[in-house]
Design a binder for this molecule. Structure first.
Ligand code: SF4
Ligand code: MG
Length: 313
């Protein structure tokens, strides 16, 4: 609810003025149990910050994060530790996120160690079980991350995220660093695990073909705000927000007889420390009206979808 994450930074070495980067600027949305909600948008739009703010890895500047009805923002450490078990993160770069000095078994068992769960024997059993769950073998536990391919390393990262039996996983660009040929294997693993383990995902990606495959619902972000959120199928078939239209126009349609004109956006994404007034997309929108330059569009429901655009208000 009203989730915000602002950073302050000095404008320049010479000036004392501080500017606020509105990385995430007032998000209101829910993630339903058992679904995959994808967060899409160009790099720098605030997707990762949103994921990290939800998990309290970067505490929000303002707003609430309700997990099964409990607000995580400002929760005391002891209580938070209990909740953290239910929420895990899978990172983009399986090379950077695994400690090269630890064996795979030690990496996967780390969350169990932190939460003081099980004897050594039980930990080893759990590691074997987890390796099997993600499609690796028990003898991999004794090896080191550098002995594995990118796809295998991401499987190790996923096994670690599953160690505490979480309910909710934030996956931040989990396949972006992988070869295209490996991407679908990992996406399929995510889907398979969701079914077997009743997981709920926030899936962060800039790759719309991956998003089209994995999501139940999709939220489109632009400059720290969600501009459109809806059912995946409906959104891909009939994007409503001008920004969503432009983004999706770059995705090939399954039916080659149907053509969709590629919409090229003019200009660059404005700086989040100095976003345009009114609708923050107005500097690049071909449908821009006078009102768009001064008044912020409300994020509200239109035809079963949530959308922030004056065209629909
Ligand atoms: Fe374009 Fe106006 Fe809608 Fe913003 S509010 S997306 S500028 S039409
Ligand atoms: Mg990111």
């Amino acid at each position: 609810k009203n989730l915000k994450k602002y950073y302050s930074s000095k404008k320049s070495v010479l000036s004392r003025a501080v500017s606020h980067v509105k990385a995430v600027d007032g998000l209101n949305f829910s993630i339903l149990k058992g679904e995959t909600l994808s967060l899409v948008g160009e790099s720098g739009c605030g997707k990762s910050t949103t994921g990290r703010a939800i998990l309290q890895l970067q505490p929000p500047t303002e707003g609430e994060v309700l997990f099964e009805g409990e607000n995580l923002v400002g929760m005391n450490t002891a209580k938070m530790k209990k909740y953290r078990r239910n929420m895990q993160m899978v990172f983009q770069d399986p090379y950077a996120s695994l400690d090269p000095r630890l064996t795979v078994g030690e990496i996967i068992a780390e969350p169990l160690k932190i939460h003081k769960i099980g004897s050594n024997k039980e930990k080893n059993q759990r590691v074997e079980e987890l390796l099997d769950t993600v499609g690796l073998n028990s003898y991999h536990a004794k090896r080191y991350p550098h002995e594995f391919s990118g796809g295998q390393r991401q499987r190790i990262g996923i096994a670690r995220a599953l160690a505490l039996n979480p309910k909710f996983i934030v996956a931040d660009e989990p396949v972006s660093a992988l070869d295209v040929s490996i991407q679908s294997q990992i996406v399929n693993l995510f889907q398979d695990l969701q079914e077997r383990l009743n997981l709920t995902y926030l899936f962060i990606s800039h790759d719309l073909s991956v998003v089209k495959h994995i999501s139940d619902r999709v939220a489109v972000m632009y400059l720290g705000k969600i501009v459109e959120l809806g059912d995946k199928k409906e959104l891909f078939q009939n994007p409503m927000h001008p920004y969503t239209k432009a983004l999706l126009s770059a995705v090939p349609l399954p039916n080659p007889d149907v053509r969709r004109e590629r919409i090229m956006l003019k200009g660059d994404v404005p700086s989040p420390s100095n976003p345009p007034n009114g609708c923050t997309f107005h500097s690049r929108c071909s449908a821009c009206m006078d009102i768009c330059r001064t008044a912020k569009p409300e994020f509200k429901e239109v035809e079963g979808r949530l959308i922030a655009c004056h065209l629909y208000q």
